[in-house]
Design a protein around this ligand. Structure first.
Ligand code: NAD
Length: 269
């Protein structure tokens, strides 16, 4: 059976990458592609995005409202307010939802999780398979050598990114402190420019690069006297996130209500 996927954020970088991934997937079909109201894309055929030859998809046009008839799962990479509105529609229609949008406030996250409690959903700040596997590798490294290591996390992104360090870098720090039974808030160091002291034992330093069109790179270093372990992930295209989100969409199909993680999707939990 083919998974019928509705994708939101048709004019966005991720929405387009997910739509293309769905159109290229033999086990999925694009059931709807939704742009923000007022977008010039509304009313245009979806195959202008990727040249899909499937006859069913070629008649589909981009809309400005999310209609869930004939939809098995929604994949949403938009803005928090839009995602919340779409989550409410999914909950009412009993349709599972994959959420890639970031930047929710704590109140919005609470509202989102409560709103989606009646359907299967998966939200991740990073849908790349490699990054989600890296969380597990980092936990193992932290358990084995974390207490004897100086741990440093470096990330690099394109010049347009406004938050720093990235949510993924923080999640990597969280995976490490969870494994070590410490608190990221207590050990994270974001700025050492005013500190005139040797490195604080047990701290985790974060450093950031913003340049050009870097899609996303993260390196975690475990440095000891005599050796250094580095775990690095490099995303070279947004397709990595789109592929992970589509994998999550397949996973959610037919699952009982619940808030699933990418670790669940990848069989790592
Ligand atoms: P973008 O700015 O290119 O796209 C967002 C799009 O959402 C815009 O085109 C906007 O018009 C559209 N939009 C806003 N309201 C809408 C509505 N009501 N209906 C339909 N579309 C609407 O940003 P992006 O790079 O595509 O990223 C989108 C989100 O995904 C951001 O929050 C980003 O941080 C996040 N992101 C997550 C991952 C991940 O793996 N989880 C990866 C990359 C980006």
């Amino acid at each position: 059976m083919t998974l019928r996927v509705a994708v939101t954020g048709a004019s966005g970088r991720m929405g387009q990458a997910v739509a293309r991934a769905v159109m290229a997937d033999e086990k999925a079909s694009l059931a709807a592609l939704v742009a923000r109201p007022g977008s010039t894309l509304v009313g245009t055929p979806v195959n202008t995005l990727g040249g899909d030859s499937d006859s069913q998809t070629s008649s589909l046009v981009i809309t400005d409202t999310l209609s869930l008839a004939g939809v098995d799962v929604v994949v949403d990479f938009t803005l928090p307010t839009s995602t919340l509105a779409n989550a409410s529609l999914c909950a009412s229609a009993g349709v599972p939802m994959v959420i890639g949008t970031t930047g929710f406030s704590d109140e919005q996250l609470t509202e989102l999780e409560a709103g989606l409690s009646s359907v299967a959903s998966c939200r991740a700040a990073n849908f790349s398979t490699g990054v989600n596997l890296a969380y597990r590798l980092l936990a193992i490294a932290a358990e084995v050598m974390g207490s004897e290591s100086d741990i440093e996390i470096h990330e690099a992104h394109h010049k347009h990114k406004i938050d720093a360090p990235s949510g993924t870098a923080l999640a990597m720090g969280q995976a490490i402190t969870d494994a070590m039974g410490t608190s990221l808030n207590d050990v994270a160091r974001f700025d050492r420019s005013a500190v005139r002291e040797p490195r604080e034992t047990g701290s985790i330093g974060f450093s950031v690069t913003r340049a050009g069109d870097i899609v996303g790179e993260h390196t975690v270093m475990f440095g000891t006297e005599g050796e250094r372990l580095e775990i690095t992930h490099k995303a070279s295209s947004r397709n990595a996130f789109a592929a992970g989100a589509l994998r999550a969409a397949h996973f959610l199909w037919g699952k009982p209500a619940g808030n699933y993680s990418m670790a669940d999707v990848l069989g790592l939990s």
